[in-house]
Design a protein around this ligand. Structure first.
Ligand code: GLU
Length: 283
C-alpha cells in the first residue's frame, strides 16, 4: 500500500528536480542578451528623424544631439547602443507614443510644458532653445514675429511653435501646419511660403544643410524659451530620477559639451548662456 505513493512521490521529485536543474545548469542570460532578453532587454526611444544636428535618420544611422543624450542616458540605465530601438516621434504624436507604451523615453526637441505634463512626465531639461524664424536669405521684410502680417508661415502640428503663433501673433498671419519641419523648409526654399517657425537650434540645422546654404537664414530674434525635457510615462518618478542622474553625469563629465560641439556645432549655432540647464525635480 505504501509502495505506490512512494514511487509516485519519487517520480514527482525527479520531475521537479529535473525541471529545476535544466534551466539552472546554464547561467541565466543577462537581461537583453539576444532573443531571450525579453522586455527588459531593450528600450525604445522616440526621436525626430528629420532634424539635422538634433535627431536625424540617414540610411540606418542616427545622429544629432538628442540621439547623443539618449545614448548616454540609455547606457547609464544599462542599455548598450544595440539594445536601443529608435522610433520616429513627430511633434503631435509624442504624448500618445508615451501613453501607449510604444516608446519608453522621448528625446525629440520636446519642450517641457504644463499642458504636456497633464499626460506625461519629464526629466531634464537638458537643453534650452528659443523660438525663431527661418526665411529666405534675400528676405529683408521679416525681421521678427511682429513683421509677419500678410505672410505665409509654416510650423508643425502639436508644437509649442504653432501654439505660440496662434496664441500671440495670429492676427494677419497665414499659418500652415504640417507634420514635420523638413516639409515646411522644403516649401520655404521652393517659394510657396514665406517663413518657418520653430526653435532656433532646429532652424540653424536646416539653414546649414548643403542644399540650403546661402539660400536660407535664421532671423535671430527669439521670442520664447524652450526647455527640452525627456518625455516618459506620467508619474514614473523612479525613471525620471535615473534619467536626471544620467544627464547630470553627462554634463559634469564633459560628454554633454562634446556631444553638443559635434552635433550642433557644425551649423554655427551658438547656444544661449542658460546652457547646460539644471534639471527640474521629478514629480
Ligand atoms: N520644442 C518645441 C516643441 O516641443 C518645438 C519643436 C518640436 O516641435 O519638436 O513643440
Amino acid at each position: 500500500m505504501t509502495r505506490k505513493p512512494l514511487a509516485i512521490l519519487a517520480g514527482a521529485l525527479l520531475a521537479v528536480t529535473a525541471a529545476c536543474t535544466a534551466p539552472g545548469s546554464t547561467p541565466a542570460a543577462p537581461a537583453g542578451s539576444g532573443a531571450g532578453g525579453g522586455a527588459t532587454g531593450s528600450i525604445t526611444i522616440g526621436i525626430k528623424f528629420d532634424q539635422p544636428g538634433l535627431g536625424l535618420k540617414e540610411g540606418s544611422g542616427y545622429s544629432g544631439f538628442d540621439v547623443e543624450v539618449a545614448k548616454f542616458v540609455a547606457s547609464e540605465l544599462g542599455y548598450s547602443a544595440n539594445q536601443i530601438t529608435w522610433k520616429e516621434a513627430p511633434s503631435a504624436q509624442r504624448e500618445t507614443l508615451i501613453e501607449g507604451g510604444q516608446v519608453q523615453l522621448v528625446f525629440a526637441t520636446y519642450s517641457i510644458t504644463d499642458a504636456r505634463k497633464q499626460r506625461v512626465s519629464f526629466a531634464g531639461p537638458y537643453f534650452i532653445a528659443g523660438q525663431d524664424l527661418l526665411v529666405r536669405a534675400d528676405d529683408t521684410s521679416i525681421t521678427g514675429p511682429d513683421a509677419l502680417n500678410g505672410k505665409k508661415l509654416c510650423s508643425v502640428t502639436g508644437s509649442t511653435s504653432a501654439k505660440k503663433i496662434k496664441d500671440t501673433y495670429s492676427q494677419g498671419v497665414d499659418l500652415q501646419e504640417l507634420d514635420t519641419y523638413s516639409k515646411c523648409v522644403t516649401a520655404l526654399a521652393a517659394g510657396t511660403l514665406d517663413a518657418v517657425t520653430t526653435d532656433n537650434v532646429i532652424l540653424a540645422g536646416y539653414a546649414a544643410q548643403d542644399q540650403y546654404k546661402g539660400k536660407l537664414k535664421v532671423v535671430g530674434k527669439t521670442f520664447s524659451t524652450e526647455r527640452y525635457g525627456v518625455g516618459l510615462k506620467k508619474g514614473d518618478t523612479a525613471l525620471c530620477t535615473k534619467v536626471n542622474t544620467a544627464i547630470a553625469k553627462m554634463v559634469s563629465s564633459g560628454a554633454w559639451q562634446t556631444a553638443l560641439d559635434k552635433t550642433v556645432g557644425p551649423s554655427g549655432f551658438k547656444p544661449s548662456g542658460d546652457n547646460p540647464p539644471k534639471a527640474d525635480p521629478c514629480s
